[in-house]
Design a protein. Structure first.
Length: 302
């Protein structure tokens, strides 16, 4: 009873309220180590580089500079394509069965093959305005409509200005390839003068006569060895001329007009009736092989 009274007399201690639980602090992200940072930077850089690859790695599948952009030409020169081929044609009559642009289309196609075989060359646009005879009175091919002529002095100035342009942009070997016989001496004159002027530089200009010799003389000899007659071979728009064009630019030949021998006075020397693309390919192969060898020899420095 005594204990009961003491318990009743003792005041009850108030319950201490429970302290609220503190919210959990978010975990701070772990800072990457230096090696990890370098790896991430490398991955990012690789991604940027890969995205740029289509722009950086795209190189045109052509050797013709008029089909390229200026930066593409500059990149090709830096990459070692320091030879520029200047194809020279002419706009002249070629009888009733072949177009006025025969020389231009042919020299362009052959120059492309030669540049590809060289591996270090590009091809300039074709020079189509060349000496073809006098105007008054008209001489040579100028007696036939469509033929275009320029004075020899003007022609040489065009060659010189083109060569100086190519030297400015970083080409080391400037090559003149002429598909017509009348201006071969002009090509040599300009090439010799500029090479002499630039003797203290790495730039040289070459007039490759072997190209024309292979087309005009060499191919005719090949045809003669196969049994074709001198009357068929001729000197202009005959068998060799027509066969080469059929092999390189067949759309320039009016085959339906080759069924009969060409009439006199039509501008044809020779008989193109037996010309074929297969026959022309024999000449094409010889021209490319001999011209590549001649360019390589001319470009060799002592």
């Amino acid at each position: 009873a005594q204990q009961t009274r003491e318990a009743e007399a003792s005041p009850t201690m108030p319950t201490i309220p429970t302290m609220p639980t503190m919210p959990t602090m978010p975990t701070m992200p772990t800072m990457p180590t230096m090696p990890t940072m370098r790896c991430l930077t490398f991955i990012f850089a690789c991604g940027v580089f890969a995205a740029a690859l289509p722009v950086l790695a795209a190189s045109p599948a052509t050797v013709f500079i008029e089909q390229m952009t200026s930066p593409e030409v500059a990149a090709a020169i830096r990459g070692g394509k320091t030879t520029i081929i200047v194809p020279i044609g002419g706009t002249e009559q070629n009888g009733p069965h072949m177009t006025l642009g025969k020389h231009n289309r042919r020299v362009e196609a052959l120059s492309g093959k030669i540049a590809t075989a060289l591996g270090n060359a590009l091809v300039a646009p074709v020079i189509a305005y060349v000496p073809e005879g006098l105007l008054a009175p008209p001489t040579g091919h100028m007696r036939f409509p469509g033929t275009i002529t320029v004075p020899a002095a003007a022609y040489r100035q065009v060659l010189e200005a083109a060569a100086r342009s190519f030297k400015l942009h970083g080409f080391h070997d400037i090559v003149f390839l002429g598909d017509h016989g009348d201006y071969q001496a002009d090509n040599r004159t300009v090439a010799t003068a500029l090479s002499r002027e630039w003797a203290a530089t790495p730039v040289r200009v070459h007039a490759i006569g072997e190209y024309y010799d292979a087309a005009a003389t060499g191919f005719s000899q090949q045809l003669a060895a196969r049994g074709f007659t001198a009357a068929e071979i001729g000197r202009h728009a005959g068998l060799p001329d027509t066969a080469l064009t059929l092999a390189l630019a067949p759309d320039q030949v009016r085959s339906d007009l080759m069924r009969n021998a060409p009439p006199a006075g039509t501008g044809v020397s020779g008989d193109p009736r037996r010309a074929t693309a297969e026959l022309g390919q024999v000449g094409v192969d010889a021209i490319v092989t001999q011209t590549v060898a001649a360019i390589q020899k001319a470009a060799r420095r002592p």
